[in-house]
Ligand binder design. Structure first.
Ligand code: FDA
Length: 310
């Protein structure tokens, strides 16, 4: 409850133009901790830097207010440009996209534009042996995203496309089981949107318990699992579960956000676990940055200290 209030308060303050201008005026100084840069080249440099610590990367082009079909298609073009740049630099691209950013819900030429643009992106990623994860957004989009995921796995194969399930939604355990026939590559997260009690657990303890159940069920069904959390107690329990059930370290990976718990990321990689950092980049970094601040007061303190230093 307090978590929710904190998150709501920060997001409200961060949404005010004066605050946004003040933070933007300080330039990259503070955002750099959480955002790799504004261009594909800066993101690719971050991929190389993480590789030195044995950490893999997931590139994420930021873009929040993409409204018109033309903007959605331009955004998809920018993702494809990034795939090309990564491939040219010797990187097998692994990217995440939000279907809303590429046109989900907009019909163009009788087809959902999100699906059309996702196909273009996945086709290019597949050419390079890469992977595209469809991020999960707020609850009204879940049905369509899962349907489109099923379509795309059918067309491109499960080695090139995955999606995300959120443990805070009551529906998610059923959703997971309903996807089992696809042997899907799933990222399990707790969930980042402010959702009503009618659809999501209000208590963190329930979200955490559902998280464990989802990861264990997906592992036990023999599927690849992306355990996307910074929660050390969950990470520990997943390690123990895998050990106890003879699940190899290649059958799952830990995923964390760029700049968050870097110590934990390095330690897990050094212990032989697969670890991937989610690297956001792009000019549209402010809303992403605000959400990270809203996640924990520790991040707010980090920014405040940066601002006071000038
Ligand atoms: P929780 O919030 O319980 O935090 C556990 C511990 O980690 C606490 O000690 C906390 O302080 C620390 N921590 C968490 N976030 C931190 C931060 N920003 N800075 C510093 N410490 C932090 N959501 C979604 O709805 N759709 C999606 O597609 C994705 N995709 C995604 C990819 C990846 C790689 C990650 C890591 C996360 C997502 N998320 C997401 C976000 C996710 O739903 C969730 O909001 C955050 O991961 C925070 O939850 P934790 O699981 O880390 O646990």
């Amino acid at each position: 409850m307090i978590d929710q209030l904190y998150r709501k308060a920060v997001l409200t303050v961060a949404g005010q133009k004066t605050i946004e201008n003040a933070v933007r005026a300080r330039g990259w100084g503070m955002a750099q901790r959480f955002v790799a840069g504004e261009t594909p080249q800066t993101a690719i440099q971050a991929v190389h830097d993480l590789k030195k610590d044995g950490i893999m990367a997931n590139l994420d082009l930021l873009g929040e207010f993409i409204e018109s079909p033309a903007q959605c298609t331009q955004f998809a073009d920018n993702v494809i440009t990034m795939l090309d740049a990564a491939h040219a630099d010797g990187i097998t691209p692994y990217v995440s996209i939000k279907l809303s950013s590429v046109g989900q819900g907009k019909t163009v030429d009788g087809e959902d534009l999100g699906l059309t643009n996702a196909r273009r992106i996945i086709r290019r990623a597949r050419e390079y042996g890469g992977f595209v994860c469809l991020d999960m957004e707020d609850h009204p989009r879940v049905d369509q995203t899962l349907m489109q995921f099923r379509t795309l796995v059918g067309e491109f194969g499960g080695q090139h496309v995955g999606t995300v399930l959120q443990s805070y939604l009551y529906r998610t355990e059923k959703d997971r089981a309903s996807l089992d026939d696809l042997k899907p590559n799933l990222r399990i997260v707790k969930g980042a949107y402010l959702e009503p009690e009618t659809v999501a657990y209000p208590q963190k303890a329930d979200v955490d318990a559902a998280y464990r159940r989802l990861v264990y069920a997906h592992m036990s069904a023999g599927n690849y699992v992306n355990v996307a959390t910074h929660d050390e107690s969950i990470i520990h329990d997943v390690q123990m579960y895998a050990l106890a059930h003879g699940i190899s370290k290649d059958a799952f990976e830990f995923q964390m956000l760029y700049g968050i718990r870097r110590d934990l990321q390095r330690n897990l990689a050094a212990a032989g676990y697969r670890v991937r950092a989610y690297i956001p980049y792009g000019r549209d970094w402010y809303p992403y940055f605000s959400r990270r601040i809203a996640e924990t007061p520790r991040n707010a303190m980090f920014v405040l200290r940066g601002m006071l230093k000038g």
